[in-house]
Design a protein around this ligand. Structure first.
Ligand SMILES: CC(C)(COP(=O)(O)OP(=O)(O)OC[C@H]1O[C@@H](n2cnc3c(N)ncnc32)[C@H](O)[C@@H]1OP(=O)(O)O)[C@@H](O)C(=O)NCCC(=O)NCCS
Length: 167
């Protein structure tokens, strides 16, 4: 019988990709079960969606299981209401040897009026791992546009700062 578990590693060797090839976009309608006591969307719901959108990107790039190593600070610039659609746009911004930085941009859309508000953005670091949870190499990132190159340079600087903070 075939296993129903998703594969942990691709059957073909992971290959270099552009950020566009692995970009992930998620949309979710906010319902009453997502609300906090004020009736607006709970921050934890948004954090989970950010982690999921970023994880999809990381797995697409690494062609491997990935774990979240950390999330840079997340500031909610405006509240999200029940009835709005949260849209997440995640892209690989930087890759190291086994780690990847993913940037996620989140907006809330009023699907009836069409208004769109930026709610928060975050950078997350993921590490590609083997079935035993040990870090494995990720493929290079192909930098096509000036925007890709700028994100990569900024991501490299942020990664250096994270490591310095850890020391
Ligand atoms: C992520 C994990 C596999 C890393 O293991 P490790 O033994 O510390 O691995 P390493 O020291 O080789 O570091 C792995 C990568 O993370 C990077 N890293 C380590 N500490 C870091 C930090 N504070 N900030 C940013 N990157 C860091 C390393 O530079 C390395 O990247 P590189 O290969 O691109 O240079 C391990 O810490 C772990 O399993 N953590 C738990 C993850 C988890 O449960 N997440 C929540 C659920 S998904």
């Amino acid at each position: 019988m075939q296993s129903k578990r998703p594969s942990l590693r691709a059957q073909t060797p992971p290959h270099a990709k552009t950020p566009n090839q692995t970009r992930s976009r998620l949309s979710q309608l906010m319902m009453p079960e997502h609300a906090n006591m004020l009736g607006t969307v709970h921050g934890g719901v948004l954090m989970k969606l950010v982690d999921e959108a970023a994880a999809i990107c990381a797995m697409r790039h690494a062609q491997s299981t990935c774990v979240t190593l950390g999330v840079d600070s997340m500031t909610f610039r405006s509240a999200v209401n029940v009835g709005q659609v949260v849209q997440l746009d995640a892209r690989v911004t930087f890759v190291g040897r086994t780690s990847m930085e993913i940037g996620v941009h989140v907006v809330a859309e009023d699907p009836i009026q069409g208004a769109v508000t930026h709610t928060n953005s975050a950078f997350l670091v993921f590490v590609a791992v083997d079935p035993d949870g040990a870090p494995v190499e990720v493929p290079p990132l192909i930098l096509e546009s000036e925007e890709d190159k700028a994100y990569f340079a900024e991501g490299a600087a942020r990664q250096l700062a994270r490591k310095k903070r850890q020391q």
